[in-house]
Design a protein around this ligand. Sequence first.
Ligand SMILES: NC(=O)c1ccc[n+]([C@@H]2O[C@H](COP(=O)([O-])OP(=O)(O)OC[C@H]3O[C@@H](n4cnc5c(N)ncnc54)[C@H](O)[C@@H]3O)[C@@H](O)[C@H]2O)c1
Ligand SMILES: [Zn+2]
Length: 407
Amino acid sequence: MARFTLPRDLYHGKGSLEALKSFKGKKAMICVGGGSMKRFGFLDRAEAYLKEAGMEVKIFDGIEPDPSVETVMRGADAMLEFRPDWIVAIGGGSPIDAAKAMWIKYEYPDCTFEDMCKVFGIPELRKKAHFCAVSSTSGTATEVTAFSIITDYSKGIKYPIADFEITPDVAIVDPELAETMPQKLVAHTGMDAITHAVEAYVSTANCDYTDPLAIHAIEMIRDDLVKSYNGDMAARDRMHNAQCLAGMAFSNALLGIVHSMAHKTGAAFADYGAHIIHGAANAMYLPKVIAFNAKDATAKKRYGVIVDYMGIADKNASDDDKVKALIAYLRKMNDDLKIPHCIKNYGADSYPCENGFVPEEVFLQRLPEIAKNAIGDACTGSNPRQPSQEEMEKLLKCCYYDTEVDF
Ligand SMILES: NC(=O)c1ccc[n+]([C@@H]2O[C@H](COP(=O)([O-])OP(=O)(O)OC[C@H]3O[C@@H](n4cnc5c(N)ncnc54)[C@H](O)[C@@H]3O)[C@@H](O)[C@H]2O)c1
Ligand SMILES: [Zn+2]
């Protein structure tokens, strides 16, 4: 038996933030990040709408990018004190993911972070509060997914929490919030979104319900991501929907090892002064993983179907040639979006450069551990090809040096 779960309600289109006015409840806690939502007036609007709905409102702010276990615990304490019956998370993937984990701890104060990380092991929520997510970036689609990514900085590892229990009750996909994104955020989150759709389409858990969502998202992102990056606001608005469709697909079809590798490299070199930003990591690794997965006959065929829908190769071309066309297309997107092709050329500011922030000897020294962690990531199980330790190390090396994957 398979399960397909989405939020009960999804409000979309410009001005849909106003849906908050119709919420029924007594107390709402708004969870938000460092300041962009306040700066652009969305936080004040959300607060006013909830008050108009007759609710007492409290704000938990300052949730950092790539949120930590400590922030989750602090937020849960604030919830236990305020006792909201609505949790409204506004912002990018970081504040929404943190709020999802806080929600678990609020409902089950004895639940530890380790308990939360047991895949599909979350107890029944909604005994204390319902959850609404309002996304301000066009990538993670966490407003519709069963996932939350929390970083354990003591280990330098990102852990996915995965359970349909944390799929929000309500998603608000208002493109006005995405219009204020700076260019770099558009690039990174957009490549995150296409990675979600491609990984979901070739995942071993794909199905008739997820395929059309993944394919349509890919077609939309092909049309709109670079335009959105270059300031076309109509394209920006459509990207907000496209990333959400990709999220609906991957929340139910799961992901693959691009995400396993991104999760396990993201914070692995934080002691060298930067993170490999999630979307940029995906953008660099996706072409390599496609070459690796294409050794699996079913995956190769499915990449061929993606290419047919994208219209980027002759329909009569061989699947091998279609895979090459897909890889070339994605690499061109990275160039258009100023994302490097490999870790070696990934600067601390995320732009391509000669000598990136991850020194070669440090990468090689940490490689066995990172590869082991990536294999153990929750996203590996649904990848079409299961890598051995040796293969994962080779794959990560290709992602470091931008060398061809021929194994
Ligand atoms: N839950 C999931 O299913 C899922 C999927 C993919 C990634 N993730 C996780 O999500 C996190 C990344 O989220 P993200 O890429 O959305 O970025 P983010 O939430 O980390 O935000 C990045 C920065 O952009 C700013 N920002 C956000 N929206 C803005 C806007 N509209 N205008 C101006 N500035 C804005 C924020 O203040 C922040 O400084 C990572 O931790 C990643 O691992 C989760
Ligand atoms: Zn992602």
